[in-house]
Design a protein around this ligand. Structure first.
Ligand SMILES: Nc1ncnc2c1ncn2[C@@H]1O[C@H](COP(=O)(O)OP(=O)(O)OP(=O)(O)O)[C@@H](O)[C@H]1O
Ligand SMILES: O=c1[nH]c(=O)c2[nH+]cn([C@@H]3O[C@H](COP(=O)(O)O)[C@@H](O)[C@H]3O)c2[nH]1
Ligand SMILES: NC(=O)CC[C@H](N)C(=O)O
Ligand SMILES: [Mg+2]
Length: 526
């Protein structure tokens, strides 16, 4: 049983549309405090029911001084809990409580140095440098064009810059704080300390949100939820489903059955690895379904990328359906949904956030099969999922592996998918990944893989003419996979990988390296 109620002390973040709202939530979680991110116009009744220990108002693209721009519900300032406004959040707090906000003559984007004033509970003793006059100086990151020009009653200035004399404000009595800079971004060097200060010292939250507590709590919840029913999980070998498998196995043991589908579009050794880690080492019941013929059969003659994705998704559903109907007493389908998926799909529904992913995995399973859904990672960010995976004893190569798309090699073999090309690609990809690991570059890039190009190019090998395929290598660096920079891998390294691929795989005569960023490219080629 869980020893603490890890959700009891919670912080509410109201999202005014900042690019960094999710980052605020991640930082609060890093501080060991449970928080949720919701749209700024969340119902007052829901806000009260949430019973937050503190509220954070995020930044946002709009201008408080224009008409009809977002406001926090007045109840935010009436609950008697601390409030921290960041950028737009500070501006709207100031405006709503009687201060004035206007466009500044100078905008501030990027680095700025803030001078702390007085001894606020928020910034006291937190500094990067000390000025000759003895003031604390903070290196921060700004992104604003408006500024607070006059303070509401009860507020004092706690930080200033040349361009924003009111860069930090506080009403210590009501425990309302505002900062014009962004403590949630890593460029604000003391940002985590400032947020720690807010949630621990000002809101009075303890550090209950830790991997050990999260695991204990999820186990208790899962046991309560499923009782003695059986649970089915699609296990891909990817991070999320692997962590769900480990967690459910610990919670309900033999009541869990995993289905691993080999669709013929997986990386080399994937099936073997899944069976070794889960079935052999951990004693999880895993059914391996060999569905290569079924998938490749359906893909015959299909060249359009979107059509390929749809066919692969639908075939997954069929295979799952078949497997589920063979099992007895299965009432639940487990899924590796994580918190960013929840935020993004809510945003997509209300139209407040831009639709980020239109990718599909094995979507649609629940309706098709009438199973109840169980999603034990629904509240967690990827980094939290990884920490839990490690704590549950999963190997770190599994927990820290690069993401792999649901449609797999199906979107990395351009045009029609042929079995022998999939094998060629698997070999090339395996060489690339193996060498990245050997050179200790694997963890320095966010995602790396090979792509099969269905064109032929002439080469010369051993005095003979060779007319064979082209492999493209792709490696990117990114935080959120929304934008990416191509990885500047060393030439000598690329040279080595190229030579191995061309020498070891007869069907490849040429290797190219993709130097397109995202945008304008996407990460996958299809
Ligand atoms: N080959 C497969 N066999 C069984 N289930 C699969 C397979 N591929 C995907 N799935 C299911 O689809 C879900 C979504 O896939 P997705 O790639 O988003 O997540 P993941 O594989 O768990 O983790 P990661 O994002 O690290 O790849 C998985 O959690 C898993 O339940
Ligand atoms: O689970 C998935 N199902 C999909 O259909 C899918 N398509 C792309 N990706 C992964 O998403 C990230 C961004 O990819 P793109 O720049 O190609 O859109 C990269 O990490 C891609 O590998 C997918 N993941
Ligand atoms: N990053 C923000 O929250 C910006 C707030 C507001 N749009 C400004 O320019 O000042
Ligand atoms: Mg995956």
């Amino acid at each position: 049983m869980s020893t603490h109620n890890i959700h009891a002390e919670r912080v509410l973040i109201l999202d005014f549309g900042s690019q960094y709202s999710q980052l605020i939530a991640r930082r609060i979680r890093e501080a060991g405090v449970y928080c949720e991110l919701h749209p700024f116009d969340l119902d007052a009744a829901v806000i009260r029911d949430f019973a937050p220990r503190g509220i954070i108002l995020s930044g946002g693209p709009q201008s408080v001084h224009e008409e009809e721009t977002p406001r926090a519900h007045p109840c935010v300032f009436e609950l008697g809990v601390p409030v921290l406004g960041i950028c737009y959040g500070m501006q709207t707090m100031a405006a709503q409580l009687g201060g004035r906000v206007a466009a500044a003559t100078h905008r501030e984007y990027g680095y700025a140095q803030v001078r702390a004033r007085g001894h606020s509970a928020l910034l006291r003793d937190i500094e990067d440098h000390t000025s000759p006059e003895g003031y604390g100086l903070l290196d921060v990151w700004m992104s604003h064009g408006d500024r607070v020009e006059s303070l509401p009653d009860g507020f004092q200035v706690i930080a200033e810059t040349a361009n924003a004399p009111l860069a930090g404000i506080a009403d210590e009595t009501r425990r309302f704080y505002g900062v014009q800079f962004h403590p949630e971004v890593t460029h604000t060097r003391q940002g985590q300390r400032i947020l720690d200060r807010f949630v621990h010292d000002i809101c009075g939250c303890q550090r209950l949100w830790t991997p050990t507590n999260i695991i204990q709590d999820s186990i208790a919840t899962v046991r309560r939820q499923v009782g003695t029913d059986a649970v089915l999980l699609g296990l891909s070998g990817g991070v999320d489903s692997s962590v769900v498998a480990a967690l459910l196995h610990r919670a309900i043991g033999d009541q869990l059955t995993c289905v691993f589908v080999d669709n013929g579009l997986l990386r080399r050794g994937e099936g073997e690895q899944v069976m070794r880690t889960f079935a052999r080492h951990m004693g999880v019941r895993v059914i391996r379904v060999d569905a290569e013929d079924r998938f490749l059969g359906r893909l015959k003659g299909i060249t359009d990328p979107e059509q390929k994705r749809k066919i692969i998704g639908n075939t997954f559903i069929e295979v799952f359906d078949d497997e589920a109907s063979k099992l007895e007493n299965v009432q639940w389908l487990a899924q590796g949904t994580i918190y960013p998926d929840v935020i993004e799909s809510a945003g997509a529904k209300t139209g407040k956030a831009k639709v980020i992913k239109s990718h599909h995995n094995v979507g649609g399973l629940p309706e098709e099969m009438n199973l109840k859904l169980i999603e034990p990672l629904r509240e967690l960010f990827k980094d939290e999922v990884r920490k839990i995976g490690i704590e549950l004893g999963l190997p770190s190569e599994m927990v820290y592996r690069h993401p792999f798309p649901g449609p797999g090699l199906g979107v990395r073999i351009l045009g029609e998918v042929h079995r022998e090309d999939a094998e060629t690609l698997r070999r090339a990809d395996d060489i690339f990944i193996e060498e990245l690991r050997r050179a200790e570059l694997y963890d320095q890039v966010s995602q790396a893989f090979a792509v099969f190009l269905p064109v032929r190019s002439v080469g010369v090998v051993g005095d003979n003419r060779q007319y064979a395929h082209v492999i493209a290598l792709r490696a990117v660096e990114t935080i959120d996979f929304m934008t990416a920079r191509w990885a500047h891998l060393p030439y000598d390294f690329l040279d080595l990988v190229c030579r191995r691929i061309v020498n070891e795989i007869p069907d490849v005569s040429r290797v190219v390296y993709d130097i397109t960023g995202k945008p304008p490219g996407t990460i996958e080629w299809e």
